[in-house]
Design a protein around this ligand. Structure first.
Ligand SMILES: [Zn+2]
Length: 713
């Protein structure tokens, strides 16, 4: 029997390498056959055979496509759970499904089992809204009839199998196997889902409160307007950093100040604040993107609530002055010229914190943790202390051994002259290799490389060409290219929901450093690019082996300047800044004590110390606008070490790199790393990706293994 109308499907297949692919189709059987004939999606082409593990039927193509998108957002383990649940459900309903798919022979043979002839949609396949479940506020269950029971799957995947009896909905957790052996007993043991509705063959009317729905519309509308200002300001800032004529800079600065004020005004209008107040109590009824948006807007509102325009203006002047004085002090290499401004910044930051109001979960944070939280939501100094102590305990002794090693690493060729034209060719080769879409992104030159996200299809990066240091541009392109991939491969829906700004600096930096260090400095990547580098730079590379290039870009040498630091010593530059700013904010260190403390810590950790303030506490601009930024740089390395190990379990990473298959690598990043970055706090995000809590161990193991080998320790 064929059901009329329900002929669009969202589906999920499991590939040979146990990754999942989600799609939609009008004909499941045909589509699976296509995948297995190598004519399906690009992703499945190298991973056939695939087997169908999950599908849902829809009335319209549009609904199926929309569901496909949602399926794609699921984490790998959620996809696996969905597949397992579907399998359990079908078995429970008496359908002949084999759960043993590990034998390759079974691949692609499961379709008849998963679309049983006697499972038909319509009256027997209904959608129920389950309101106010213990964890899912509005969950949707899909039901099929089998063995006299109505059995279903909850979309939330929190409840593996649900059963319906006498109009009451039960969920069956945790083991579908127990249910299968004895459904009646097991259902009695299950807990009743509160507020479960009856399946009526149609969606129950959702009684939405008109007023707050209107308020939500208003907020979205205002956010769209603020986003226009943000994008325009981003393009202006990019212009200021790159091509703006010197005399035009002040005017353009005024334009940007105007755009900022316009956005601030919108956020401050009584109508906007009122709308936020209306929607906030309905947080649990919103979809995930709106919920993230509203929480974020509310957090910002609470922080700024008691900030008067006069105070805002006064703070802006303090930070401006601090920037100018920092520049002047750095030029003169005299910390005294910066100290008054730095003291002003410190007191402004403390004032800002003091007048904040908070959401319940941020109530008891001490001032430094609040500053940190502005950059890395939910991270605190207790976590960081433990993490950095572990880094020091393992890396300082290792650094001493590296410093005492007799190993000679050849670096002479790194300073051989390279023309701009050759560096341009190298840059474009690298960007094309990693999959940077030059139709949606562009690059140009600046002294300090950066990435600017000026729109969904408008991501810009910069690099610099130093005639006697070509690897500087090579790795800045890999780094900024990584930031750009994150922006370009972020979810369109997150962009349209105005929440892409929710991903933290640490998350962003984890990605840029993943491409720069974990990919770019790997042996496999050097193997991939060596022939092209030789071709583009024949004079530089004439007598350099692949191994020599690998060693040179992984040289470990303690240095004074953070931005020049190698992968190994970089973390110390961050730990030092973190420890000093934490002491400063807590009051145990005075502003005047900074230069001496700086020297002391460089000596202790790296065995070197700066002779001038320019090479010391004045090298970075960050403190002229506040504290809590630096740790995010180190967190990036620690996060990516964790997900790198996860990725390596699922992909033949070295194989992909050597084959230049960045489609697979970026696809994994998109599905696992990017997908939920805008939605979760970093600690939850990394735990979800890796299935275990935040730890520096992966990062430390990696450095130890790599450098022990490199320096023959
Ligand atoms: Zn970066």
């Amino acid at each position: 029997m064929k059901a009329v109308g329900y002929e669009s499907f969202a589906y999920m297949v499991e590939c040979r390498d146990h990754t999942y692919y989600c799609g939609w189709t009008n004909s499941l059987e045909h589509r699976i056959a296509q995948h297995n004939a190598g004519k399906g999606a690009k992703y499945t082409r190298s991973r056939e055979p695939v087997r169908l593990v999950y599908f849902e039927r829809y009335l319209t193509k549009h609904d199926a496509m929309s569901r496909e998108w949602h399926l794609k957002q699921l984490m790998h383990k959620e996809k696996r759970q969905l597949a397992d649940n579907a399998c359990a459900l079908l078995m429970a309903a008496g359908f002949p499904v084999s759960r043993k798919y590990d034998r390759p022979a079974a691949f692609g043979q499961s379709i008849p089992a998963l679309i049983p002839d006697n499972w038909v949609p319509g009256s027997e396949f209904v959608r129920v809204n389950v309101q106010d479940g213990p964890q899912a506020d509005v969950a949707i269950a899909w039901f099929a009839r089998g063995n006299g029971w109505l059995l279903g799957l909850l979309e939330s995947a929190l409840y593996p199998v649900v059963g319906l009896r006498d109009g009451e909905l039960y969920y069956l957790a945790p083991s579908p196997a127990a249910f299968i052996s004895n459904p009646d007993t097991y259902i009695e043991m299950g807990m009743r889902l509160p507020g479960a509705g009856m399946p009526k063959g149609a969606e129950p009317e959702e009684k939405m409160d008109k007023q707050w729905m209107e308020s939500l519309k208003r907020i979205r509308h205002d956010c769209a307007e603020m986003d226009m200002y943000r994008r325009a300001a981003a393009i202006n800032s990019f212009d200021l950093e790159t091509i703006c004529p010197p005399k035009g800079m002040e005017e353009l600065g005024e334009v940007n100040a105007f755009l900022d004020t316009q956005a601030f005004r919108i956020r401050q209008t009584p109508e906007f604040v009122e709308a936020l107040r209306n929607v906030y109590p309905h947080l649990q009824e919103l979809d995930e993107v709106d919920r993230v948006l509203i929480r974020s807007l509310n957090r910002a509102y609470l922080h700024e609530k008691h900030m008067t325009p006069e105070m805002k203006h006064e703070f802006a002047l303090i930070y401006n002055r601090a920037y100018i004085n920092w520049e002047r002090a750095k030029k003169a290499s005299d910390f005294c010229l910066f100290r008054d401004s730095l003291a002003e910044v410190l007191s402004a930051e403390q004032k800002k914190i003091a007048i904040r109001e908070h959401e319940a979960d941020e109530q008891d944070l001490d001032p430094y943790d609040q500053m940190l939280g502005d950059y890395e939501r939910g991270m605190n100094s207790r976590q960081l202390d433990a993490c950095f102590e572990a880094c020091k305990a393992r890396l300082i002794p290792l650094l001493r051994r590296i410093q005492a090693s007799k190993k000679q690493i050849r670096t002479d060729f790194l300073s051989r002259p390279v023309t701009d034209e050759a560096q341009r060719r190298l840059t474009e080769y690298l960007l094309d290799t990693i999959g940077f879409d030059r139709e949606r992104g562009m690059y140009t030159l600046t002294e300090h490389p950066f990435t600017m996200d000026a729109g969904r299809n408008n991501v810009r990066i910069t690099t610099h060409f130093y005639p006697n240091n070509f690897t500087s541009s090579l790795y800045s392109v890999m780094h900024e290219g990584g930031h750009a991939l994150f922006a370009l491969l972020d979810r369109p829906e997150h962009y349209e929901g105005f929440i892409t700004g929710e991903r933290t600096l640490g998350m962003d930096e984890s990605v840029s450093r993943f491409y720069e260090n974990r990919i770019g400095r790997s042996r496999a990547f050097i193997h991939l690019i060596y022939p092209r580098v030789r071709e583009i730079l024949p004079d530089v590379m004439r007598d350099v082996t692949e191994e020599e290039l690998y060693e040179a870009v992984n040289l470990c040498r303690a240095s004074l300047i953070r931005t020049d630091a190698d992968e190994f010593t970089y973390t110390f530059h961050i730990i030092i800044r973190y420890e000093i700013e934490k002491e400063l904010v807590s009051g145990s260190l005075t502003v005047d004590g900074i230069p001496a403390r700086w020297r002391e810590k460089y000596r202790e950790y790296l065995g070197i110390e700066p002779e001038t303030d320019r090479e010391g506490a004045l090298q970075d601009v960050h403190w002229s606008s506040g504290f809590g930024y630096f740790p995010t740089y180190a967190l990036g390395n620690i996060y990516n070490a964790m997900y790198f190990n996860r990725m390596r379990q699922e992909l033949d990473l070295d194989g992909c790199i050597m084959a230049g298959d960045f489609g697979t690598i970026n696809g994994w990043m998109e599905a696992n790393v990017f997908a939920r970055a805008d939605l979760e706090s970093p600690l939850k995000w990394i735990e979800d990706i890796c299935g275990r809590p935040f730890t520096p161990d992966d990062f430390l193991d990696y450095l130890e293994e790599k450098y022990t080998k490199l320096y023959e320790l």
